[in-house]
Design a protein around this ligand. Sequence first.
Ligand code: ZN
Length: 601
Amino acid sequence: MEMELTRATVDPKYTWDLTRIYESDEAWEKAFAEVKEQGDAIGKLAGTLAGGKEAVLTALRLEDELGLKLSCIYTYAMMKQNEDTTVGQYQAMLGRAASLANEVMAKGAFLTPELLSLEDGVLESYIADPDFADFDASLKKTLRLKPHTLSAREEQLLAMAGEVCGASENAYDMLTDADMDLGKTRGEDGKKVKLTDVRLLSFLGSRDRAVRKAAYTNVMNGYNKLGNAIAAMYAGQVKGDIFNSRARGYSSCRESYLYRDSVSEDVYDSLIDAVHGGVDTLSEYLRIKKEQLGLSVMHLYDMYVGVDTGFEISMDIDEAFETFLEAVKPLGEDYVADASRALPDRWIDCYETKNKRGGAYSTSVHCAAPYVLLNHKKTYDGLSTLCHEMGHAMHSFYSNKHQPSAKADYTIFVAEVASTCNEILLSEYLMKKYEGNRAAQIMLIGHLLEHFRTTVFRQTMFAEFEHKAHKMAENGETLTRDSLCAMYYDLNKLYYGGACKVDKEVSYEWMRIPHFYSSFYVYKYATGFCAAVALARGILSGDAEKLASYRKFLTLGGSMPPIEELKVAGVDMSTPQPVCEALDYFAELVLQYRELLSQED
Ligand SMILES: [Zn+2]
């Protein structure tokens, strides 16, 4: 058996170099103390903003500087803690960093209301003033929120109500993270194992149908045992949304959430409409899968089983990194050159080590190259995760390089575009590389189809669910377990009923989706994926203009509203076109998949 790596035994060249942020923990402590002092300075600027341009610039610059330093302090502590989550010193540093950020934020909380209380036309003149170039995006955002910003006293009340509105989410997290017991289920070896929500996915991948059926049924029923309580928690979440949206004068909860991103509600509706148009193709795909698995009836717990073609990608990190660089060649020589620094310059923490945080992510601070955390496995998923995270990292790299710190951070609406685009480039690269290799093609296309199903179809179904639930409550209907279950069941019938037997247990599935406590968030996964598909296809077409537009997009950070940034990239998400194009690609892939499977070995 392989020895488990620790921070002491892992080759340093496969770990990230955090000295680019702070030389040592002592340097971190010094920065911490400095920010604590500066935090007081920003508090003292309260009440000065009516004093004119210089006063406003002073406050904005100080806020920006503090934000920058805080992000270094927090990110360093987080990454240190993630290296080994059991080290008390870094747990404490992370806790201190979070408190410091809260403290400074509270001291700077006067900024927005004070800016909004300036005389009419003043903010507009600042936005047009080149001296405010670094801050135009945030000032525009502030101005945009003006019609929905209340008096200082009312804002204070809303802030105080914030914790109350968050009570449902806290209760739900406590219930599902700590109190809930989903019992045991039988694994492939016949032994009973404790069932957790995280383990469900691996059980669902089992080739043994009895195993996946039992795990699925146990989890759904486990949630349903607490169904009345969970429905009450979700109803509380929705009521909080209604309270806030009505208090701020929005016409609906959905508008209140989309407005922040400058996204119109049409985008949401046209996503749902377009995806409904693709449901027949989804059914076609699932019928192929059913046939392939040799099932006479396909249940929802059968959908997650992968297709075993005997082909697997097995690459250590060096080889995976070389493959990534090959796959992103269509993005241009300089992109490849910049990205190729990531491994030798130690942006990446590659391997699983004892007590390291699981999963993968990319993060960055404005003053240094980005970082990527991996737990690399020698599988296709491992390779694909590397490409995904490097997509985020390069987006940050170019945004940090081209934007001042105040507008370098991109929003969630565009965040998954660069990462997904890289994943698609990888698929297409490998499909070409393994041309004629039927097993490889089936594996690669199969992965992509599953990605479509779980991102475009599933997330849009979730988006539809939360929109309907909010509308029900806004119309005065009470959200109960039964009404929510019935609505969720019907949605599943609509999306999967064409190819699958929709068992009653799925009615309870909404209870286990934590994202519903971040309202109107999941649709961004679907729109982001569709945008990425359209962009990747444009890049692969060899059209130099399309490539240049996409590369420009990577430099924009958060300097424009997300829909505008995507227009620069070359996709107009305010029309259904990109979603339809992505679904056309899905249909092409389904066709290819069917043909491949109908061929003899
Ligand atoms: Zn991502």
